[in-house]
Design a protein around this ligand. Sequence first.
Ligand code: DAH
Length: 337
Amino acid sequence: MDLIALFDDYESAAIAAIEQADSAAAIEEVRILYLGKKKGRLKDLQSSLSKATPEERPVVGKRFNEVKNRVSQRLDERKVQLAAPVAARGADFDVTLPGTKIEMGRPHPITQTIIEFKDLMGRFGFSVVDGPEIEDEWHNFDALNIPLEHPARDPLDNFYLAAASANSDAKGGPRLLRSQTSTVQIRTMEHTQPPVRVVSLGRVYRPDTIDKTHSCMFHQMEGLMVGESVTMAQLKTVLLMFAQAYLGDDVDIRFRPSFFPFTEPSVEVDMKWGDDWLEVGGAGMVDPNVLRAVNYDPEQVTGFAFGLGIERFCMKRHEIDDIRRFYENDIRFLSQF
Ligand code: DAH
């Protein structure tokens, strides 16, 4: 019965090849060659079964199945062996070899600044809240007392989203990437009763021309404190304490009169580092219209709010001269922090 001899040959050749395979890729090649469903050698053997006489058939068929099972079983075992970690295989792993140094990553400088700001403001009793980056006009403008005709609402000064995504929202109305973190003032007051003392740190988006000091995406820290008889003196104290905690006791701050729809009075905030006065953001006493928009009673509570540019602080502290460095993902820059 030369069929049986054929099976024997197949079996010993296949087992030898399996033993020799020394990688997952090699064992896969062996599998295709010997057990492959389309062109494997087993396929040829199977077709030769038809040559057996009816008397031979039971013996030959039995032997065929035996060989087939033995080869696939041995192949599966070897596969598992090869997939095991090197250490588990033992012999070829030398534990006395020196290791390779693992380069540890670290948070992005802006993230580091955000973490530090949260920590500082936390010590002054402000808790951290978050808001969405995709906003509706109510939270980005209306509730903040920014009327329809205000230039800040110009579609060319904002990233409005295509109507399709606006329609997908149950409430309807156009959506935009928030242009300021002041949105979170509203979101917080909508579901919290005074007293409120929060900060919110995150990204904002404006279609500004990108240069050394402007980016179409940057980060702000928003602060809000509302309660009975919250005053502008408290606002100035909090901002001064914050600036000194971040940069040192020799830092000073000053207010310049300004205008924001959501504060009355409003100020620009400057900080003095060394010999320079640097504008770091805006602030003021929360406008009564904003308090009314969230169903607070302006006769009962007052509040202050501020919004600071986070990049400014980080750039000043680390003497970074170009805001674009933050977003280029150049490891030579990032690994310096
Ligand atoms: N949202 C303002 C901006 O992006 C900054 C700002 C000004 C925030 C005054 C405030 C504030 O909370 O009271 O330009």
